[in-house]
Design a protein around this ligand. Structure first.
Ligand code: DC
Length: 223
């Protein structure tokens, strides 16, 4: 059992990022957004002009890509091949490409090693889809965060509008439905709760309430 890892899985818009960041801040843990790694690969694949490529081409990009998170005066930023792509990876185009590429073994295999190396570095909170099931099945503290689909759509829509994206609510709804469906039905590491994960429905909960539930569970298990 790995005592130093907290995993938070769940679908898009369930509040994983806000919860994970705040939890990391309170506990003094490193926060790792594994969705950003899939988005980073998607960005690199698109930049290399091989989004429709075969496994060989996609694999070559995965093997050569350099990705890291770094603290800056603007907060935690994410760099791919030396470029700050923190905002560029949040567009709908990259979002959908990341989801499509994440179903491919060549991409998942490449990122598995990256994530496990990060997990060996110390106390960390890993947010994603398969953290508790595949990447860190031995983590001691596992959570699965979910919320009503329409609430998730509205949260994501608001987020995108705040980022200045010109997008319709219906497009966000359709994209999220497709992503939910694809991410949970794929053959490799599909989105699902680990059998030993604590499930939290955040539909009617505030950020603070979710944090309290998680912290209480962790301290109970530690006793
Ligand atoms: O968490 P996110 O929305 O940033 O993730 C983008 C896509 O990456 C998501 O649709 C599926 C994929 N992903 C994954 O397959 N496994 C993870 N651990 C994290 C993300």
């Amino acid at each position: 059992m790995k005592d130093n890892l907290i995993t938070i899985d769940g679908p898009a818009g369930a509040g994983k990022t806000t919860v994970s960041r705040e939890l990391a801040r309170r506990l003094g843990y490193t926060y790792v957004d594994t969705g950003a790694l899939y988005r980073g690969v998607a960005w690199a694949v698109r930049t290399a002009g091989c989004a429709g490529g075969d496994d060989e081409r996609i694999g070559a990009v995965c093997r050569s890509v350099s990705m890291y998170f770094t603290d800056t005066p603007r907060g935690l930023r994410f760099f791919v091949n030396g470029e700050d792509v923190s905002d560029a990876i949040r567009t709908q185009e990259i979002t959908m490409l990341a989801s499509a590429l994440s179903a491919r073994a060549v991409v998942r295999d490449a990122l598995l090693g990256v994530q496990r190396r990060l997990g060996a570095e110390g106390n960390a909170i890993f947010e994603g889809r398969d953290m508790g099931t595949v990447v860190f099945p031995e983590a001691r503290f596992k959570f699965y965060l979910d919320a009503d689909p329409e609430i998730r759509v509205l949260r994501r829509y608001k987020e995108l509008l705040e980022k200045g994206e010109d997008i319709r609510l219906e497009t966000v709804r359709q994209n999220m439905q497709k992503r939910d469906q694809d991410d949970s039905s794929r053959a490799l590491a599909p989105l699902k709760p680990a059998p030993d994960a604590v499930r939290i429905d955040s539909t009617a909960m505030s950020l603070d309430q979710v944090i309290v539930v998680i912290l209480e569970h962790i301290s109970k298990r530690r006793k």
